[in-house]
Write a protein that binds this ligand. Structure first.
Ligand code: CU
Length: 168
């Protein structure tokens, strides 16, 4: 084997992966877009952040019972608090959080739960979880949003589930 041929092999060893890697990326994009159906947020769940006070459900933020044990929590984030700042939820409830921002990008994270969302003006963030353990859950903004960011917090109070003796 002469030196020239070795040099050629070395060249090919680099050219092949440098062609194969972008092709693999392209295939991954095509699969996620058309087979798995992952896409950037569309028009579904968009709102006008300046018109939240007249746009349902954000015109009435708070907790709504949809069915026994099934709740919907509508929350708005703004500099530097959440509305409502405090929510009381009976233990065992399944809650869907529907959150948007009035001004800049915020975060919505509830400690010890999977709820961890970006809150983007104009976009509605939605996530569901079940609260099994009574107690206080700290809610905080985890996207730096300005001078009062470190004060931007809320609270979820999970109350012990209603006992059988409760009136129906
Ligand atoms: Cu913040």
């Amino acid at each position: 084997m002469n030196r020239k041929y070795l040099g050629y092999l070395f060249e090919v060893a680099w050219i092949l992966p440098s062609v194969a890697v972008p092709i693999a990326f392209l295939v991954a994009i095509v699969i996620t877009a058309f087979v798995v159906g992952i896409a950037v947020p569309g028009n579904v769940g968009r709102v006008d952040p300046k018109a939240l006070s007249t746009t349902p459900p954000f015109d009435k933020p708070g907790l709504r019972e949809l069915a026994p044990g099934r709740y919907e929590a509508v929350v708005t984030a703004q500099l530097f608090n959440f509305t409502p700042g405090e929510l009381e939820i009976p233990a065992g409830s399944k809650v869907t959080f529907i959150v948007t921002s009035r001004d800049v990008i915020h975060g919505y994270k509830i400690e010890n739960t999977p709820i961890n969302m970006m809150v983007i003006p104009g976009q509605v963030s939605r996530m569901t979880t079940t609260f099994d353990t009574p107690g206080e859950y700290y809610v905080y903004c985890h996207e730096y949003c300005g001078g009062g960011h470190h004060l931007m917090a809320g609270k979820i109070i999970v109350t012990p589930a209603k006992t059988a003796s409760a009136n129906r």
